[in-house]
Write a protein that binds this ligand. Structure first.
Ligand code: AKG
Ligand code: FE2
Length: 370
């Protein structure tokens, strides 16, 4: 049966300990419990690749506030959002334009990606400063609200990076140095996501004729992802144990990860899997295309934070299982693999006419999203 540790806290509560990686207001707590937390995190990373983090220090008010900011962003007219379009530096807004190799069709969603550094500074189409940051003239305080939240997530991520470095036998600051959000070439991404409502299935009980993908099955490319879901807006599913699954987890058993207010769903990405010589698992996951009773068909918001390496980071595991690559090369290789898999999927569908082809997309498909 699929295992999903619902919370690191559950274990710690049983042992009577405090359950946060950053005790309420107390960095001291983290320092005292660092080895215990490292053991929990490494256990989850080795066996499942997904875990929920609680008592991380980010309040429910802060989470509510960033979701309200996200809702205000997506409520803007498309012409306004199009002034900050997605580009291949992996920043900006896209709508129904991300095609996953697992489905060969665009996700029925829109998303907006932000980074800390130089990749945001150009690519705008009509913003006052030419950046892909939405200006205060459109949404007052938008950039500063998002940046503050990104910094909060960076702080939580750095604590986990320290634990993973220690667990792998690297110096404590090893991953933190390579993911330094103060450097201009930092590639870490905050992604706001908005899934469109899915039409309800036919009332006569017959199967829906069209599949509306939300986020097709995939693994993330980054080091570590932190995800917030909204209460009542379910859909995230995982397929743990990468070596035990078929391609993209298709045909395997999926486990629901329902939203739990205040908790952060975390998962190991391909980068940390590779950097740990495959000791830690990057796990397939998806936001299920609603199609069955019990599925959630309404509009859905989520927010993800993808820890990406600075472009000049040098990536190699302690056992040197894979040749060393830079952060830029790792990302490029991931994009190339993704593109090749997508082409193969589309070519296979073309030679099998019984499978409907996806609608053509107007702009180049998003391939660089994590
Ligand atoms: O929206 C979600 O819950 C998950 C999104 C996701 O997996 C991704 O964007 O990589
Ligand atoms: Fe993902």
């Amino acid at each position: 049966m699929a295992r999903y540790p619902t919370a690191l806290a559950a274990k710690n509560r049983q042992s009577g300990g405090s359950n946060d990686i950053r005790g309420p207001g107390s960095a001291q707590d983290f320092d005292n419990r660092i080895d215990e937390i490292t053991a929990d995190l490494c256990d989850a990373a080795e066996n499942v690749g997904f875990f929920a983090l609680v008592d991380h220090g980010i309040t429910e008010d802060e989470i509510d506030m960033i979701f309200k900011t996200s809702e205000s962003f997506f409520a803007l007219p498309d012409e306004v959002k199009a002034t900050v379009p997605w580009n291949n530096k992996n920043v900006g807004w896209e709508k129904r334009n991300q095609i996953r190799p697992s489905t060969g069709a665009a996700d029925n969603k829109e998303s907006y990606q932000m980074q800390f550094g130089e990749n945001m500074l150009s690519g705008g189409c009509g913003t006052a400063d030419g950046s892909v940051w939405l200006g205060d003239d459109q949404l007052p305080g938008f950039q500063s609200t998002c940046r503050s939240f990104m910094q909060r997530l960076q702080d939580v991520s750095e604590k986990m990076m320290l634990c993973f470095a220690r667990g792998l036998g690297f110096p404590d600051d090893y991953f933190v140095r390579f993911h330094d959000s103060k450097r201009a070439n930092c590639q870490t991404v905050l992604r706001m996501l908005h899934y469109f409502p899915t039409p309800l299935p036919p009332a006569d009980g017959s199967a829906p004729t069209e599949i509306y993908h939300r986020a097709g099955a995939h693994a993330d490319w980054d080091l570590l992802t932190l995800l917030f879901q909204r209460k009542g807006q379910s859909g995230l599913e995982i397929c743990p144990g990468r070596e035990a699954v078929t391609e993209f987890g298709l045909g395997d058993t999926w486990t629901r990860v329902d939203p739990e207010p205040g908790s952060i769903v975390c998962n190991i990405g391909d980068l940390l899997m590779s950097w740990s010589d495959d000791r830690f698992k990057s796990t397939f996951h998806r936001v299920k295309a609603p199609c069955e009773p019990g599925d959630y068909y309404g509009e859905r918001y989520s927010i993800a934070f993808f820890n990406q390496p600075c472009s000049d980071a040098v990536i190699q595991g302690p056992q040197k299982k894979y040749p060393a690559v830079t952060g830029a090369q790792f990302t490029q290789n991931a994009m190339n693999r993704h593109f090749a898999a997508l082409q193969a999927k589309l070519a296979a569908e073309k030679s099998t006419p019984s499978v409907p082809l996806p609608a053509p997309v107007a702009a180049p498909a998003v391939t660089a999203s994590v």
